[in-house]
Design a protein around this ligand. Structure first.
Ligand SMILES: [Zn+2]
Length: 280
């Protein structure tokens, strides 16, 4: 009796980091990235504007390959770039240069606000595609959806002091790896169960702990490299990415943030610059 074996070639996933800065950065782009796995390119957040199109081009990501978008929350530095991505893609649908649909996912506030802003700023020619070729999908806490070859489970990561609802997600990649993306606030205790034992944790870290009096991260509901490292160690993740930082110390950011995080976390630590690719 013959044994039939199927060989499945699974390529590594990758993060195409488009931006690494906090909301008010001007020396780099706001934090957003493309998670690529299998044949899927998932855009996570859009930064604060048209610059997302520049970053996508510079990163070598074709917008026609993006069919899924996840927006964590409704703040300017995350949601506004998505308006430009939609504005860019819909005319390509017209011209036959974009096949299939674009699905934009987020919590109820994100979807309500994003749709309203699109309706206020775009022509009928664009908005007539909404709900046909451009799908606005409201996610519920704990809901699992497929985005191409990536399985996403959304969770409410809103902190008690937050001004707007925020959703994070864990992404299950075709090769079985799990990537946790809580958003741009410190991880709440309630969110720990979603992130625990993930292969990758993408965490905000506004500044170094030793620079906390200079940059005051806690007043802005952000954390430090040290805080993120302690959380990563506690939750047993293997790889930690730090982003959504201040942009005054970019020249030394990788070296110093990595060193501080390494005092509490023994896994691999990545402090990427804009346009860097991280293999996952
Ligand atoms: Zn932010």
């Amino acid at each position: 009796m013959g044994i039939r074996s199927s060989i499945r070639i699974i390529m590594n996933g990758e993060l195409k980091i488009l931006g690494t800065g906090n909301a008010m950065c001007s020396r780099c782009y706001n934090t957003c990235f493309v998670l690529r796995a299998g044949g899927t390119s998932l855009l996570v957040d859009g930064g604060g504007g048209n610059g997302v199109l520049t970053q996508l081009r510079r990163a070598g990501v074709r917008v026609e390959d993006i069919h899924h978008v996840f927006v964590t929350h409704s703040h300017t530095d995350h949601i506004l770039g998505i308006i430009w991505v939609i504005r860019r893609i819909v005319p390509m649908m017209h011209n036959g240069k974009y096949n299939g649909t674009l699905t934009v996912m987020g919590n109820e506030t994100v979807i309500t606000n994003l749709r309203a802003m699109c309706m206020m700023t775009m022509s009928d020619k664009i908005t007539s595609h909404f709900d046909n070729d451009v799908i606005f999908k409201t996610l519920a806490h704990g809901e699992t959806v497929t985005a191409g070859e990536i399985e996403l489970t959304a969770f409410d990561s809103t902190s008690p002091v937050s001004t707007t609802p925020q959703f994070g997600f864990t992404a299950l990649l075709p090769d079985g790896k799990r990537v946790a993306v809580p958003g741009d606030e410190p991880l709440t205790e309630a969110s720990h169960e979603w992130v625990k034992d993930a292969d990758w944790l993408l965490s905000e870290a506004f500044c170094l702990y030793r620079d906390r009096d200079r940059f005051r991260p806690y007043e802005k509901n952000h954390s430090t490299a040290l805080d993120a490292a302690m959380t990563a160690a506690r939750l047993g993740v293997k790889h930690l990415v730090l982003y959504h930082t201040e942009d005054v110390t970019l020249a030394t950011r990788r070296e110093n943030y990595s060193a501080e995080a390494a005092t509490r976390f023994s896994g691999t630590i990545h402090v990427p610059d804009d346009l860097e690719t991280i293999t996952i």
